[in-house]
Design a protein around this ligand. Structure first.
Ligand SMILES: [Zn+2]
Length: 132
């Protein structure tokens, strides 16, 4: 079974070599998965999709993310999800950003209290040793 390259109508083995009965074209492809090297603008839809997916894989391989950058981002800016945005995990980044925006006043106020206590009180570490 052949398939017309232009209108994708099926052409039997007996009609191979004859013009397409539907559009008159004389360009058959035997394998629907075969991608012609030229004339990309007229390739059928299935082949175009395959080209796009192949290009997407290539781009993904070229734009590999740096693990060092991800570590630095999560270390300093992980609270607002910058490491997630960097890795393209936008959903996770947005969730983290919203949670941080919603609850940062708690940790912020907590930290302010600690700061005042460190300044005016007698702060100790976890073992009860006074800070110097
Ligand atoms: Zn045709």
């Amino acid at each position: 079974m052949y398939i017309c390259e232009y209108c994708q109508s099926k052409i039997s083995e007996l009609d191979a070599g004859m013009p397409c009965k539907s559009c008159g074209a004389k360009a058959y492809i035997k394998d629907p998965n075969y991608v012609p090297p030229t004339r990309t603008s007229t390739t059928p839809r299935t082949q175009t999709n395959q080209n796009e997916s192949a290009q997407g894989l290539g781009i993904g391989q070229h734009e590999s993310k740096s693990k060092l950058v991800a570590i630095l981002l999560v270390l300093f800016l992980g609270m607002i999800g910058l490491n997630n945005f960097y890795l393209g995990q936008n959903g996770q980044g947005i969730v983290k950003l919203i949670l941080t925006c919603a609850f940062w006043p708690i940790t912020f106020f907590w930290s302010i209290c600690e700061l005042i206590y460190y300044l005016v009180g007698k702060p100790t570490d976890a073992n009860g040793n006074p800070l110097t």
